[in-house]
Design a protein around this ligand. Structure first.
Ligand SMILES: Nc1ncnc2c1ncn2[C@@H]1O[C@H](COP(=O)(O)OP(=O)(O)O)[C@@H](O)[C@H]1O
Ligand SMILES: [Mg+2]
Length: 306
C-alpha cells in the first residue's frame, strides 16, 4: 500500500486554516508517529486520510489513484481509532465487536476472537462496555480498529488517559502489528513515538516541521540542550525554553533548549523529547523563541511526563 498526500490545505468553514500545504508519502511497512501540540492539525490530517473531511486544496492518492475514487477499497483496508468515539455502553464487548465486524462486512467470528486475543481482552468479552475501565475501553477501540487485518491503521491519540503501565502494554500491541502495514499514530506524548515508530512527523500550527527518523530529529537538537542550576526566582535566560526543572540541594537543576545555550550551561545529549520541543519552538527560518506558543507553558517537560 502507498499513500501520497500532495499539497493539502484544509480550511474549516469557520475560516480556521488547520493544515497548510502539507505533503507526505508513505509505503508499507511504515510506522509513523504524528507528534504535535493540541491544535496542531493531527486529527484534521487523519480525518482527511479516511475521507471524513475533504481538503480545501490538494489531493490524496492511494496506490497512485485519487482517494475519493476508491472510498470502498479504502474502507475495506482501513482500521481507524478516532480521538473520541462513542462505544455502545449497554452492549457487551463481544456484541460491540460483532456489530463493528458487521459494519465492516466481516462474517467470520474468528476475526473477533483474534482481535480480543491481541488486545488481551478475551476474558472481558461478556462484560458490558459501561463496566470497563478507561484502559479497557481504549483496548476495545484498538480491537475494533484491528478487525479484519486492515493494511492501513490510523490511531488518533490512542494512549490518552492511560496510565504508564497501560501505555507500555499498548506499545507492545502496536509493535506487533507493524510488520506489513502503514500505521499512523498521533500523540502528544513523545515516549509513545520513541518506543514504536520508525518515522516521526512533527506538526505545528498546520505545518509539517519535521519528517524523518527519530534519530535524525534528535541529531537536529545536538548542541542545543543544556543544564544549569538556577535559584528560586531567577529569570529564564533570553531565548531559552525550559524542558524540566528538578529541585536539588544545589538549586534548581534546569534543563533548557536554545539556539545558543548560555555559556554556563553544561551541554547535554538531546532526548527525543528535547528534540521535539526544539523543533516546535524553533521552526526553520524563525528566530528561536518567536513562535506563538513559546511562553504558554512554563514547564512543557512536566506535561510530557504526566
Ligand atoms: N470542525 C472544526 N471547525 C473549525 N475549526 C476546527 C475544527 N476542527 C478542528 N479545528 C481547529 O483546527 C485546528 C487543528 O485541530 P486538530 O486537527 O483537531 O488538531 P490536533 O488534533 O493536533 O489537536 C485547531 O485550531 C482546531 O481548533
Ligand atoms: Mg487531535
Amino acid at each position: 500500500m502507498k499513500i501520497d498526500v500532495n499539497h493539502i490545505t484544509m480550511i474549516y468553514p469557520s475560516g480556521k486554516k488547520a493544515l497548510q500545504d502539507v505533503s507526505l508519502s508513505a509505503e508499507s511497512p511504515s510506522f509513523i508517529g504524528v507528534l504535535g501540540p493540541n491544535g496542531a492539525g493531527k486529527t484534521t490530517l487523519m480525518k482527511l486520510l479516511i475521507v471524513g473531511l475533504l481538503p480545501t486544496k490538494g489531493e490524496i492518492l492511494l496506490n497512485n489513484k485519487n482517494l475519493l475514487s476508491q472510498e470502498k477499497y479504502l474502507k475495506s483496508q482501513l482500521g481507524y481509532l478516532p480521538q473520541s468515539f462513542g462505544l455502545y455502553d449497554e452492549l457487551t464487548v463481544w456484541q460491540f465487536l460483532d456489530y463493528m465486524a458487521a459494519l465492516k462486512n466481516i462474517k467470520d467470528s474468528k476475526a473477533i476472537s483474534e482481535v480480543l486475543e491481541r488486545t488481551n481482552m478475551t476474558e472481558q468479552k461478556k462484560i458490558r462496555i459501561r463496566n470497563l475501565s478507561g484502559g479497557q475501553r481504549q483496548r476495545i477501540g484498538i480491537a475494533q480498529a484491528l478487525l479484519g487485518n486492515p493494511q492501513l491503521i490510523i490511531l488518533d491519540e490512542p494512549t490518552v488517559g492511560l496510565d504508564p503501565e497501560e501505555r507500555v502494554k499498548f506499545r507492545n500491541i502496536f509493535s506487533e502489528m507493524a510488520q506489513d502495514k502503514i500505521i499512523l499514530l498521533s500523540t502528544h506524548i513523545v515516549e509513545d513515538v520513541q518506543a514504536v515508530c520508525n518515522r516521526v512527523l512533527v506538526i505545528h500550527d498546520g505545518l509539517i516541521l519535521f519528517d524523518g527518523t527519530p534519530s535524525t530529529l534528535i541529531a537536529q537538537a545536538e548542541n542545543h540542550v543544556g543544564i544549569y542550576h538556577a535559584q528560586l526566582g531567577d529569570a529564564v535566560p533570553d531565548g531559552c525554553q525550559i524542558v524540566s526543572k528538578v529541585h536539588t540541594a544545589d538549586g534548581i537543576r534546569t534543563r533548557i533548549i536554545a539556539e545558543h545555550p548560555p555559556p554556563y550551561a553544561q551541554p547535554s545529549e538531546p532526548t527525543l523529547e528535547d528534540a521535539y520541543l526544539y523543533c516546535i519552538h524553533n521552526p526553520a527560518g524563525n528566530p528561536f523563541g518567536c513562535t506563538v506558543n513559546c511562553n504558554v507553558r512554563e514547564n512543557p517537560g512536566e506535561e510530557m511526563h504526566a
